[in-house]
Design a protein around this ligand. Structure first.
Ligand SMILES: Nc1nc2c(ncn2[C@@H]2O[C@H](COP(=O)(O)OP(=O)(O)OP(=O)(O)O)[C@@H](O)[C@H]2O)c(=O)[nH]1
Ligand SMILES: [Mg+2]
Length: 418
């Protein structure tokens, strides 16, 4: 079942609208008055109806979509002010927010009751005026109207757009939200933000990683473009599984044996972590190495980075995978600082290796997370880890939708290191 909301100046009119859009089989879930009649306005009623999943809305043809053309600085300023004002509104006494700590009670004592009330009222009026101004600026632009985005969604739209989410994802999310979000929830920008957070989080599949239980074995291979952080990620996970968080027996295999420096890098990590390591050049060697690390609960396999166009290198990895009967979990490592087109290219090139999960690195190197969001949503592959810096073994965390959506709307901040 899907839910849709309709509003009109009477319950009968709202029902008429609903039936026109969804047909006569629409089931009424609730009707309520959301605005009382006043001298200047009619009353407003909201009707929520349920329809079968297969039913689609018969909507009027959409106006062409045009990008909003606001001056970013103006909008940022207004948005900042609105943010501060909404914080003011959350306090019992708005004055408390604008007086230095401790002086609030003193000021309150010194002011007469009616003076205090007057200041409070003035701040309230100012808050309303700023909100009206914000809405006017948004409404003034034909382009915003063409996008059909109501003023109260302006802030969230701007943030999502700035994050680099693909245009088609952003428009779909907006359309869905406008269709499904009950009108009474649209009054507060905080509620809208929370609604978006939950919606976006639900779109990001993640894979929970656990200690490998006794008796089970896991083999993880790391593949991906050059320099994304495959070897560093492998070293972080080797430390996490062998002693930092779990007590698994861990072994390492590297297929990256030709590049000068690559072998030394991984052998150095293995030595520091006191873990067994095998270097492998062909399939016979590969099977021998897997057997010799048979006592390990977890085997981590490093591969040489390949540019997405370098089919030969990727084919070589495919041959290793093909010639063993063992189940190997393939982890595609991608950098958050890459452009969406490059991420899509890389995903396409490596996808014939049957990718099981994504590992996203270098979250600390960017402030736009929409590209990663869009890649994860399009690929439908679960993400297992986020790498958040160069430090081995500390800068890695289990991937969660919450974390990515926080980064998307608020940027990557130091708090995420904790
Ligand atoms: N800022 C940042 N740097 C990272 C992160 N992960 C890895 N790096 C750095 O990226 C560089 C390349 O890391 P490697 O682990 O060697 O990358 P790779 O994918 O194994 O590279 P190739 O084997 O050459 O394909 C190193 O300088 C790492 O320290 C991360 O999450 N954030
Ligand atoms: Mg490497």
């Amino acid at each position: 079942m899907k839910l849709f909301t309709f509003t009109a100046t009477s319950p009968a009119l709202a029902l008429q609208k609903a039936q026109k859009a969804c047909g006569r089989d629409a089931l009424v879930v609730s009707t309520k008055q959301i605005r009382k009649k006043s001298l200047s306005q009619d009353a407003l009623y909201e009707l929520v109806i349920a329809v079968e999943e297969s039913v689609t809305l018969k909507t009027e043809p959409k106006k062409p979509k045009v990008k909003p053309i606001f001056d970013d600085e103006i909008m940022d300023n207004i948005s900042q002010t609105a943010k501060q004002l909404s914080q003011l509104e959350q306090l019992t006494d708005p004055l408390e927010a604008i007086t230095p700590k401790g002086t609030f009670d003193q000021v309150k004592k010194e002011l007469k009751e009616d003076e205090f009330k007057q200041i409070k009222d003035e701040i309230g009026t100012l808050a309303d005026k700023i909100k009206i101004l914000q809405n006017m600026l948004w409404e003034e632009h034909d382009s915003a109207k063409a996008l059909n985005i109501p003023p109260e969604f302006a802030e969230i739209y701007r943030l999502a757009k700035k994050s680099g989410i693909s245009e088609s994802h952003l428009n779909t999310i907006m359309d869905e939200t406008l269709k499904h979000m009950p009108v009474y929830m649209r009054n507060s920008t905080q509620t809208i933000k929370r609604y978006f957070h939950v919606l976006l989080k639900k779109m990001i599949p993640t894979r929970i990683e656990r200690e490998i239980p006794k008796g089970e074995k896991k083999i993880m291979m790391f593949v991906g473009p050059t320099g994304v952080g495959k070897t560093t990620t492998l070293a972080k996970l080797a430390a996490k599984y062998s002693f930092l968080e779990y007590k698994n027996k861990v072994g390492i295999i590297t297929l990256d044996t030709y590049r000068i420096g690559a072998l030394e890098q991984l052998f150095q990590y293995a030595k520091m972590l006191k873990l067994p390591i095998e270097d492998v050049t062909d399939s016979i060697d590969f099977e021998r190495a897997l057997t010799s690390l048979g006592h390990c609960d977890l085997i981590l396999i490093d591969t040489a980075g390949s540019a997405p166009k370098d089919k030969e290198k990727i084919l070589k990895i495919a041959n290793f995978l093909k010639q063993t009967d063992r189940r190997i979990d393939v982890n595609l490592v991608l950098s958050a600082s890459a452009k969406l087109e490059d991420l899509n290219d890389a995903y396409q090139s490596f996808s014939f290796l049957n990718i099981d999960t994504l590992v996203i690195t270098k979250l600390d190197e960017t402030q736009s997370f929409g590209n990663i969001f869009s890649l994860i949503v399009d690929s439908k592959k679960p993400t297992s880890y986020f790498s958040t810096g160069q430090e081995v073994p500390d800068d890695i965390k289990m991937a969660t939708g919450d974390f990515l959506v926080d980064c998307l709307f608020e940027g990557f901040t130091k708090k995420v290191y904790s």
